[in-house]
Design a protein around this ligand. Sequence first.
Ligand code: C5P
Length: 288
Amino acid sequence: MEHINLRARAKINLTLDVTGIRSDGYHELKMIMQTVELYDRVFIKKTDKPGIKIKSNLEWLPCDSRNLAYKAANLMMSRYGIDDGVFIELRKSIPVAAGLAGGSADCAAVLYGMNILFGLGVSRSEMSKAALELGSDVPYCLMRGTALAEGRGEILTKLPPCPNAWVVLAKPTMSLSTAAVYKAIDAVEIGEHPDCDGMIEDIKNSDIYGVSKKLSNVLEAASIPMCPMIADIKKDMLDLGALNSLMSGSGPTVYGLFDNKETAKGAADKIKKKYRLRDVVLTKIFNV
Ligand code: C5P
């Protein structure tokens, strides 16, 4: 095999709870993660020339060692003694720095793809450990589907597939630093914690209305003061017919869940126009 073409899908958080701070500075999390259909295309090709070359459709995106896809290729090459080079093309559709794990999904796709392309036979658990070295969301992005993520995000329990729904993603123009949001949450008294166990029951019962009612992300309390548009878009999603709406990850992307495609499309169009946003996407829950 000389090349491989992959789809690296975005995720949303159905819940995100912070349950403590660890001695290494990371936060102890409990969250229900869900893959959506929206994807970046990741094309990986072996090259005779050693080294890593990355190209993307976004001219402003760093394609050097700051890019998580580069870091993934570098890790695979050094750890498993690959002498060939690789050319990686990223065709990005997932909004960047948005709380949708776009960079982590590309990173996971490169780990997975290089394992296959070079016939390395690295086990799932070893792959997951390597993934965590590159970012807290990367182990989940290797697994995909509906999952409970704990610890830094790497202790994963596969859940039954979340019932289907239309998802409108709307990213406010500004970006938020994940590290800054997690730092800010330390100064916030967390009021109500998400009902993860209740939501897992709803998922088991294929009850999208129960799931919708329990959407909850404690990081909103840190992100909304930095980006008030998050609260405005959440309100609009509800006014425009969403079952419920939430910020994903550390934000700033807000999503709405809808049980009807036309309503979802109408909401996406109106929100895009009202806030003059570039990144508004109509997608749906995706289960592997
Ligand atoms: O692991 P990753 O590089 O994606 O994390 C980015 C930043 O988010 C970390 O540097 C940390 O500030 C914060 N974070 C955290 N606790 C987690 C995951 C991320 O504090 N469980």
